[in-house]
Write a protein that binds this ligand. Structure first.
Ligand SMILES: [Zn+2]
Length: 418
């Protein structure tokens, strides 16, 4: 394989959308890549929410190792809610300034476990130049000050680092992205950074994260993203064109392409906290909830008969207890892809709630601001639709789990270098 690699992560792209867009060639660049690569469906971590999933991809580990538990969680040490941006309403409810800082800097500096090793740390230690574009898990100690003063403190990222043009390792003159998401300018910024990097061949390993598709899927549902996927395909095309076409691109780079999680249709929403009858703090968003309580069994039992709750899980005497509508049976875990592995790892995260809730198909759990996506798409649960992702490899065997992406990329690049 070539001795450089690119990881492309398309937020919220479902396997079926990928497969049909490649099948009818409506996403031309992805189609060309699929024709020369090998493809499989893979499984992400739980909760299947972007901050958790991207951190799992970047650290090669489940939340028991990296410690990012959810979009919204209770920080036991600081006795406060951490909210990474479930919605504008939720950000306002948690405190706007604090949420922005938690999302941009706190997640990497304070919440991400020191025992987890990011792909940037591992790559840099192995002598590789690692680059990251827009991905929310970016930790590695090259120091960056924000391009716009006052929004966020200095942070530290990989050697080449482009983050929503708020932090830039190199001035690329890309379009502004932080203020105008609806216009799709987030991925335009990513593409400008990606083009800059490929034009200069300025990395050994690039993590290229495209977020706009998830936004469209929440709005229109997972089957309503075809138009956005064509634009996303264009953001991948920019890399190919910057290399001088597909042949030159694939001569230079091995490629892994995946998403961080799937999405499913939701039609109904509920506030989980209204149904928990125990002294507890409830954090919920999208299709996963957590309950912080000294009485996990009581809290879980209070969810019996709640339509929105597919199943609840907690530890008792060191073993996972799984409850679905009053039935207590460890076999419940096997109804979900890698159910046992993922639930146990999620519960072993010291920042997670004592009870974890996976939502019923079609249901969403409203966030702190009461916001939800009923009528559109959502994700976060253990169910296959939220958990399965497309995984395409060109020059790298596509792994079966997103937590294996890090090692697959590093092993590929390092064996080619040697
Ligand atoms: Zn999402």
């Amino acid at each position: 394989m070539p001795n450089n690699a690119i990881l492309i992560v398309i937020d919220g792209l479902t396997p079926s959308t990928f497969e049909s867009a490649v099948g009818d060639r409506s996403a031309p660049t992805l189609t060309e890549l699929a024709e020369v690569g090998s493809y499989r469906r893979a499984v992400t971590t739980f909760p299947s929410l972007t901050p958790v999933c991207l951190t799992s991809i970047a650290t090669g580990a489940h939340p028991d190792v990296h410690h990012i538990p959810h979009l919204v969680w209770w920080n036991r040490g600081e006795e406060r809610i951490v909210e990474y941006g479930s919605s504008f309403g939720a950000i306002r409810a948690a405190g706007t300034r604090r949420s922005i800082r938690d999302t941009i800097v706190g997640m990497n500096r304070d919440h991400l476990s020191k025992d987890a090793e990011t792909i940037y740390e591992a790559g840099d230690r192995a002598g590789l130049t690692v680059a990251a574009v827009n991905i929310t898990c970016y930790r590695w100690p090259y120091r960056y000050v924000p391009t716009v003063p006052g929004i966020a403190p200095a942070t530290s990222g990989p050697r080449r680092f482009f983050f929503y043009n708020l932090y830039e390792s190199d001035p690329i003159g890309g379009p502004l992205s932080i203020r105008n998401r609806a216009a799709g300018s987030v991925d335009e910024y990513a593409a400008a950074a990606g083009r800059w990097l490929v034009t200069r061949d300025g990395f050994d390993l690039l993590v290229y994260y495209l977020s706009d598709l998830d936004f469209a899927s929440h709005l229109h549902g997972p089957d309503g993203v075809r138009e956005q996927l064509v634009r996303t395909d264009g953001s991948v095309r920019e890399l190919v064109d910057a290399a001088g076409g597909m042949d030159a691109f694939l001569e230079r780079y091995a490629v892994l392409l995946c998403s961080d999680h799937g999405q499913t249709h939701v039609t109904e929403a509920v506030r989980l906290e209204e149904h928990v009858h125990a002294p507890a703090i409830v954090t919920a968003s999208n299709r996963a909830g957590m309950i912080y309580t000294d009485e996990p069994r009581v809290a879980a039992a209070s969810l019996d008969g709640v339509d929105a709750v597919d199943a609840a899980f907690f530890f008792e005497d060191g073993a996972v207890v799984a409850i679905k509508q009053g039935d207590e049976d460890p076999a419940i875990l096997d109804a979900y892809p890698l159910g046992r592995e993922r639930v146990e790892a999620a519960l072993r995260n010291p920042n997670a709630g004592d009870v974890l809730v996976t939502a019923t198909p079609g249901w969403e759990l409203a966030d702190l601001g009461g916001m939800h996506h009923a009528g559109g798409g959502s994700h976060g649960s253990l169910a296959a639709g939220d958990s399965e992702v497309p995984m395409l490899g060109i020059g790298i065997d596509p792994p079966a789990r997103t937590i294996d992406v890090k090692d697959a990329l590093l092993a590929g690049v390092l064996s080619a270098v040697r």
